[in-house]
Design a protein around this ligand. Sequence first.
Ligand code: ADP
Ligand code: GN1
Ligand code: MG
Length: 375
Amino acid sequence: MGKAEICLEEVLGAFDFGDPVVGAIRYGQGHINDTFVVHTQPEDACCRRFILQRMSAAAFKRPGELMENIIGVTEYLGREIESRGGDREREALRVIRPRNGAPYYTDRDGGAWRLYPFVEGTVCYQTARTPELFAASGRAFGQFQRRLQNYPAHTLHESIPRFHDTEDRLAKLKAAAAADKLGRAERCGAELRFMLDREADCSVALQALRSGVLPLRVTHNDTKLNNVLMDRNTGEGICIIDLDTVMPGLAINDFGDSIRFGANHSAEDERDLSKVNLDVSLFAIYTQAFLEGAGGALTAEEIAYLPWGAKLMTLECGIRFLTDYLEGDVYFHIQREEQNLDRCRTQCKLVSDMEAHWDELAAIVKQHQQACAAS
Ligand code: ADP
Ligand code: GN1
Ligand code: MG
């Protein structure tokens, strides 16, 4: 599929924006979709903005099912928010259909496009600038899970099969290393060994699910800090975005992916690994906020497994970056050579840090487990 820009004009014509479109430019720092912000100019008001996205064909093989999930979840969230006196336009995404009434638009190249109103007055952070911001994101993601507690999970399609199946992710890494299509394996021997040394870890959460210790819930599955829009003035988490991977999953994974991305002070692709360190105090802050947001929805076992969620999401993401590096950067967008290898290295460093601080992490969650049990 060609660059998204090639079909942009056609796609802009396929939606009714209400007012003349005055511009559309690339937007955001997501690794998966092609995202544009569209500006329109009403006659007698300030410009209005929209988020237009071409869904990644590499990641999402069935855009129809994906949009069915998103429409179902956003409408449910909207009703839930409204029933509690909230503002559904601000606190939930809303899909705007193309002129032909379909849930998304297919361009002449086969690209699948969707449109949302831009949630104004919000900021999307790439790193946790303050502990308060990180806590606010934790409350928002915890609350997201609580809001979807009674969503009919069986109606959701698996938008990416085996998305957080860490065993399968490792198997795919082994296959990519064996194929070594681009001759890159020798440059990442240490990282590959790091992953293989942790093969037994890859089964911990899945085993707990299989044995019934951890329940399946409706989860977001991609809970990076930049997938929650924060209020520009108050810093509160307003709207959870990037709903492509909302599927039945494990609560500990939603917790864990946030820790992976946010409980440190470096970029995901930082090359100076001395700057990449797990911040245990941010882990503690997020734990408290996430549990507050989840409002008693998590079981004692889930709380006990939270450190595993953090470690496994980090390990798994490292495995995925390394696989993509070996396969020629076909999945995660890159802006420079070796970026996926750099991303893999930060994940290895964070996993090592979590292992080094394991007892502290376990003590933090234990404290919360006891507090939850007492309340
Ligand atoms: P990706 O899957 O590529 O990460 P996202 O859906 O997360 O795509 O969108 C990419 C970025 O676009 C987000 O990080 C955020 O900055 C911005 N964004 C997405 N949806 C909205 C929205 N409705 N309002 C404002 N900004 C948005
Ligand atoms: C992708 O879409 P985005 O940029 O929020 C990826 C996540 C990874 C993350 C790593 C659908 O998230 O699973 O953890 O990159 N999303 C998908 O930064 O694969
Ligand atoms: Mg995103």
